[in-house]
Structures are given as C-alpha cells and as structure tokens.
Design a protein around this ligand. Structure first.
Ligand code: NAP
Length: 463
C-alpha cells in the first residue's frame, strides 16, 4: 500500500482518523509527534521549552526523512507543512490528505483536549491566526482534502477510503475532459498518457492532473519541466496542456478533472481573475495579473510568480537606476519587482501613454525610447518581445550599452538573444530570460506542492 499522510491543523482529527484508517486498512499507524517524543525521550512542550522551536523543527525534519516509504498511515504535526524539506519527504510516493475543520469545531476539540499554546492570543483568535498563516502551506501539501467538521473519525476514515479507491472526478466528467483533450492539439504520446490516466484499464484514481492554460500554449516548456520534476520527487501527478480560445471552457475542464492547479499564460493572465475566488495581494492589488491558480478545498486562489522571476535574479542590485523597456503584462510584474527592490525606475515604451499608465501605478518615471541615453541606467530590463524568435531585432543599439550596465532580457527564446549578445560584447553583466522562467517556475512548484526545488535542478532539467 502506498503511504498515506494526514496533514492539517491541530484538532482536525489527524490522530483519531489515522488510527481508524489503520484499523480499516490493516496497516501500521505512525504519529510523527509520538515518534519525536520517543526519539528524544522528551515531551514536545519540553523540547520547545528547553531547546527551542528551531531544535524541534530540526528533529522533526530528521523524523520525516526516516519515515517508512510504504504500508503506513502517517499523522503529522500541524506545523510540518511549513518546511519545504518535510514536504519533499512526505510527498514522496505518498497520498497526502489534508484534514480541515471550521474554527469553532477545532476550538471545541482543543478545549476538550488542551495542547500547549502556539501564540499569546486567546484560543479562538490563535486558531484563526495560525490557520490563516499556514493556509497556503496546507493547500500546497494536499492531494485530497477532507472536511472533518461534522464527522466522526470512523466516517472520515471511510470517506478517505472511498477517495483512494475512486479518486475525485466521476466517469462522465472524465469522459468530457478526454473529449476536450482529444479535439485539442496534444501530441500522440501525451494524449495516450492522459487517456490512460482518465480512462485506462489500469487507472490509478489518486493520480492528479495539473497543467498550463493558454491559447496558444503548445510552445510552453512547463509540461516537460513539471513532468520531469514529478518523476524526480516521485509525485503522482501529470502536467498537460489546457489549450483553448475560451477560458471558461478551460476552467470547466480543469474542474472536471479536479486539477490541482494551473499555470496561466497568454492571453488569459488578466481574464482568469474573474474565474477565481481569492487573489493574492501581489497578483491582484498591484500587478493585476495571475499566472498561477491553486485549486484546494473547494476554493480557487490566484497568484503571480512572474514578478518573483524578475526580482530574484536582481536582489543584489537593490536601489539601482533602472530602465524598463515595454509596458505590457510582463512589464507590470517587472515594474512591481523593481520598485519592490527600491530601484529608481523609468519605463520607456513605444506607445508613451501605456508607459505613463504603468508608471503612474508604480510611482515610476516614464518616457519614449529616445530618452534612454540621457538616463544612463545601471540596469536595463527588456520586457518587449523584440528579439524573440523569429524576430532578430535588438531593442537597443550596441553603442547605447555601457560596460558597467547589467542587462536582463526577459525574452528566453532564443536562450541568447541579440540584446544579450550585444551586451556581452560590450562587457556588461547579463541575465537571460531563462533565469526569470526558472525562478517563476520554482515559485509555482512551491505553491502547488510546498517543495523548494533548487534552481540548479530546474536548470539541469531544462537542458
Ligand atoms: P505584451 O503585453 O504584448 O507587451 C509587449 C510590450 O512590448 C508592449 O509595451 C509593447 O508596446 C512593446 N512592444 C511590442 N512590440 C514592439 C515593437 N516592435 N517595438 C517596440 N515595442 C514593442 O507582452 P508581454 O506579455 O508583456 O510579454 C513581453 C515579453 O516577455 C514576451 O515577448 C516574452 O518574450 C517575455 N516573457 C518572458 C517570460 C520568462 O519567463 N522569461 C515569461 C513571459 C513573457 P506598446 O505598448 O506600444 O504596444
């Protein structure tokens, strides 16, 4: 039997449901908190009190790494999900069930069986605060979610057994989805893989789907990358293309297959916002675009990871004088990243009104391209499609580049663009669009699975 892992906040029933599952499935039950106490010979409150939380987390991490790989049901401590290393161990070849319950139910259960406080807040507020703080990690941890609010441990265990046996999408939903994928432009091998997952005789009902939503999106490098990562981390997921001109069709198919998430690309990064329940503050309030959607526990949350893809490679250039070329969708995320790094930013664009509009949103200067030389920036970020295959144009003339400049071209096809080539010839420091792609993909993977993939691993898999 594949390992079953239960995650969730304290009081959601992990231990009792774990025991009920173990007796129904006739397999060993492991409570990781008990394991930690056995290993150290101390109670968890004592470890916290005498050795501190950091020491506790380190012991916890060791325990997660040593869990048996199969034939066990594991109940985890409530904070386990916040450590990406734990998620890497726990998710490996396992099915993770997140248990949730409403605040009142958790409070009632904790009053009956008190635990050491996590904060100095009154119990009700502490539950609300901690659940909220860890929510993204809980959602990333789950393959399936079970609400235990009005359920006994035996009934919740039964629900889990049904989930493991049947999965979530019903037969008619799977057939609808398959018809969608068959009329799309999927190459034969991925189409066969999807057919096996959705209706093959050896169907594993716990295999989950995730994908890229766009039109067109056949060019996307995400499916190859994510599927290679699933293999590397032994995750029971398959990443595919949701390509269609109609976003509502894509969303209905994503729901039909109970997708765990979507990467969103052109032309849907703005339109998708109408289809989701909650929008992360970076994506919505500032950038106005979503490139990552997480479906979890009957809610849909939108994030933007593009801006982090621009920000991360530039952290050491905090406070620089920057010119941002372009004022489209990607430029909005880039402007947010550059201003977040306290840079003095001027947005230069072919259509000055668009530059003005974007600049006003982020408190930047703006102008037209012929102002570039006067500005003499430390950093140039190209957020236009100039130089993207098959276009061979360079957005700047070689003589406009100076050797003490850093040039970041967000275009990543080809890997070395005409701008990067010219900048290298001048002796500038250069950052290619691949770095943005790598960082935004790492962040997406973290939002989907709670695992922190090293940049080197992504780079290796993209080669
Ligand atoms: P977009 O919304 O269409 O915006 C394009 C911007 O470039 C607009 O400001 C437009 O100016 C300007 N522009 C277009 N053609 C131009 C030309 N011939 N001369 C001068 N300016 C021109 O596109 P986007 O979604 O922001 O994407 C921009 C680029 O980012 C893409 O082409 C892609 O290569 C890159 N990208 C990279 C990654 C990554 O992970 N590295 C991810 C996504 C996108 P106007 O306002 O005058 O129209």
């Amino acid at each position: 039997m594949k390992r079953i892992v239960l995650t969730g906040f304290r009081g959601t029933g992990k231990t009792e449901i774990g025991k009920a599952l173990s007796s129904r499935l006739n397999s060993t039950f492991i409570d990781t908190d008990t394991l930690i106490e056995k290993k150290t010979g101390r109670s968890i409150p004592d470890i916290f009190h005498y050795e501190g939380e950091e020491r506790f987390r380190s012991i916890e991490r060791d325990v997660m790494a040593e869990l048996p790989p199969a034939d066990v049901i594991v109940s985890t401590g409530g904070g386990v999900v916040c450590d990406p290393k734990n998620m890497e161990h726990l998710r490996k070849n396992s099915t993770v069930i997140l248990l949730v319950a409403d605040i009142e139910t958790v409070e009632e259960r904790l009053l009956k069986k008190p635990r050491p406080p996590l904060t100095s807040l009154p119990l009700h507020e502490e539950i609300a605060e901690m659940m909220d703080r860890r929510r993204q990690n809980y959602y990333a941890s789950l393959d399936f979610c079970v609400d235990t609010t009005e359920t006994s441990p035996a009934v919740a265990a039964e629900k889990i057994i049904v989930l493991l046996k049947d999965g979530l999408p019903g037969k008619s939903q799977r057939n609808t989805a398959l018809a969608f994928f068959k009329t799309g432009r999927l190459p034969p091998v991925p189409l066969q893989k999807l057919t096996d997952i959705l209706s093959g005789p050896g169907r594993d009902p716990t295999t989950r789907i995730i994908g890229v939503a766009g039109y067109p999106c056949a060019h996307s490098r995400s499916p190859n990358l994510f599927n290679a990562l699933f293999e590397h981390y032994q995750l029971n997921y398959h990443y595919t293309w949701f390509e269609d001109p109609e976003l509502d069709e894509i969303m209905s198919i994503a729901r039909a297959v109970d997708a765990k998430g979507l990467s969103v690309t052109i032309p849907f990064k703005q339109d998708i916002m109408e289809f989701i329940d909650e929008i992360d503050e970076h994506a919505a309030q500032a950038i106005g675009a979503v490139n990552t959607v997480v479906f979890a526990c009957r809610t849909t949350i939108g994030y933007n990871t593009d801006w982090l893809g621009v920000r991360k490679p530039l952290v050491s250039l905090k406070g620089s004088k920057a010119v941002l070329l372009g004022a489209g969708g990607v430029a909005a995320g880039a402007a947010y990243a550059l201003t977040d790094l306290e840079m003095e930013v001027t947005i230069l664009n072919r259509t000055p009104e668009n530059a003005k509009r974007l600049a006003e949103r982020f408190g930047c200067r703006w102008g037209t391209w012929d102002e570039f030389d006067r500005i003499n920036p430390d950093l140039v970020v190209n957020a236009t499609p100039l130089g993207m295959q098959p276009d061979t144009r360079n957005p700047l003339k070689g003589e406009q580049l100076k050797k003490d400049m850093t040039v970041f071209d967000l275009v990543y096809t080809p890997p070395v663009t005409p701008l990067i080539e010219a900048a290298r010839a001048k002796g500038c420091a250069t950052i290619t669009g691949l770095e943005m792609f790598i960082e935004q993909a790492r962040e997406q993977f973290y939002l989907f699975f709670g695992i922190d993939v090293p940049a080197e691993k992504v780079r290796e898999l993209l080669q």
